[in-house]
Design a protein around this ligand. Structure first.
Ligand code: ADP
Length: 463
């Protein structure tokens, strides 16, 4: 892979030891990127993850707390102490856990370490959905219709806002995340109760009662744009992904590029995302998430971190996004321009989860045997192996199967073969469900919306 970032500036903060504040497949992935860059690594674990394979290959491996994530992977003090004890100079948060916690990023900065991600200020701006929307409107990024201010307390004013937007509307918590803190309101009679309920949920779950309202789009696709920025004001976008295959707002299959979208429609949106990054002084990698309906894009949020689905963009752009993210955190300049970004072919990613393929209930236990697909254009990101124990404490994602081929149809065929070659014994996985999905004709045609998968599942479960 060629590298778009090159050391050319005196303001580099070159570090050579990185603490990976995460677990599972992403800890393994970050460790690989660090090693390829010649950096030393510190892996951390909870008691449940003492046997993690990346622990054996890391330069240091420390247990930072009990199995519960709240007491280990979410324990800021324990992670900072581990960095101090091992001499780590930078912390990579991965995704989930503390990756979008601006207070943690600030604590890392105050400890004199480098947070591998944006600075805590731009993270705080984009972490609050109202301030993010404001910043996006200022940068000319198209947003879902609705004000970029918090809902007032006065019920008649709230009603007026809903009337101006037009029903159905969606009420969202400004501090919300993970698909929580949202409520759809189909008609005026249900508005005030919905606002009261969501406000209370927001207060309890996110510590802030601030809400906002926007138009509820009925048949959108979920399309996102990957950006890469240095700390010197240079930024590019690395193409787009379609993540519309969702169950309960959780992505199941992702692909790049998003099928059927003309370059002249997406081009200006990508350029606006780059401009937004430059305006907020964003550093590292990030993702702008959009709903896409009737040829129009509507910004919903920015993820200020590496995403689970980054490999589909790696395979189409030919870049190692994790290495570039680390180099951006080192202060290295981006030398590539937008014209140098050349995406080619089509890529799919399937999330392999330890769960029942019918009920989707999590499955725990020991993997007795495993066989993973191999071959040209096939990649598997995982930390599991025969004898690995899947514990009940964390997310059920255990592997990602990723394929790349010249066309979408060829990539689908390659994924069918890859899934046929994937066998994980001893626990239940969603592999049978993924195999069935890749036989579906509407999915094969492309351009299905965010509700498609749930409708497909309902249809399948009918006797
Ligand atoms: P979170 O931060 O909790 O993930 P998002 O704002 O990204 O919240 O929204 C999560 C999901 O909720 C979206 O992927 C989409 O399925 C749905 N959603 C959010 N806003 C809207 C909207 N205005 N219209 C229709 N669906 C929406």
């Amino acid at each position: 892979m060629s590298s778009p970032l090159a050391a050319s500036s005196a303001s580099c903060m070159l570090f050579d030891k990185v603490l990976i504040a995460n677990r599972g497949e992403i800890a393994e992935r970050i460790q690989r990127a660090c090693r390829d860059l010649g950096l030393k690594t510190v892996a951390v674990c909870s008691e449940a993850d003492r046997e993690a394979p990346y622990g054996k290959t890391a330069d240091s491996f420390l247990c930072i707390g009990p199995s519960s994530a709240a007491k280990s992977y979410l324990n800021k003090d324990a992670i900072l102490l581990a960095a101090r004890l091992t001499g780590a100079e930078a912390i990579h948060p991965g995704y989930g856990f503390l990756s979008e916690n601006a207070a943690f990023a600030q604590a890392v900065e105050e400890a004199g370490l480098v947070f591998i991600g944006p600075d805590s200020k731009s993270m705080a701006t984009m972490g609050d959905k109202i301030s993010a929307k404001k910043a996006m409107i200022e940068a000319g990024v198209p947003c879902v219709p609705g004000p970029d201010t918090a809902l007032p307390d006065d019920p008649s004013k709230v009603e007026q806002i809903a009337l101006e937007i037009g029903y159905p509307v969606i009420i969202k918590a400004s501090g919300g995340g993970g698909g929580r803190g949202m409520r759809v309101v189909p008609e005026a009679g249900l508005l005030q109760d919905a606002v009261a309920l969501t406000r209370e949920e927001a207060r309890q779950a996110f510590g802030s009662p601030a809400l906002y309202m926007e138009k509820f789009l009925q048949h959108p696709r979920h399309i996102e744009i990957q950006v890469l920025c240095d700390s010197h004001g240079n930024a590019v976008w690395l193409g787009h992904r379609d993540c519309s295959m969702q169950r309960r707002h959780q992505k199941v299959v992702e692909e790049a590029p998003a099928p059927g979208i003309a370059p002249e429609i997406i081009g200006p949106v990508g350029a606006a995302c780059v401009k937004a990054c430059q305006q907020i002084g964003y550093r590292g990698v990030g993702t702008f998430e959009f709903l896409y309906e009737d040829d129009a894009f509507y910004f919903i949020e920015m993820n200020t971190r590496l995403q689970v689905e980054h490999p589909v963009t790696e395979l189409t752009s030919g870049l190692d996004i994790v290495q570039e993210q680390i180099k951006a955190a080192q202060g290295i300049s981006l030398i590539m321009t937008q014209a140098d970004v050349q995406c080619a072919g089509h890529s799919f990613e399937c999330r392999i989860n330890a769960e029942d393929p019918e009920s989707f209930m999590p499955s725990v236990g020991t993997i007795t045997d495993i066989s993973l697909p191999q071959g040209e254009g096939i990649r598997v990101d995982t930390h599991i192996h025969a004898g690995y124990r899947v514990s009940p404490y964390y997310d059920s994602l255990i592997a990602k199967v990723i394929v790349h081929a010249p066309t979408r149809a060829q990539a689908m065929e390659k994924m069918r073969k890859a899934l046929a070659d994937t066998r994980i014994d001893g626990i239940s996985t969603n592999i049978p469900f993924l195999r069935a999905l890749f036989e579906d004709s509407a999915f094969a045609t492309g351009e299905t919306d965010i509700h498609y998968l749930e409708q497909w599942l309902k249809q399948r479960s009918k006797p």
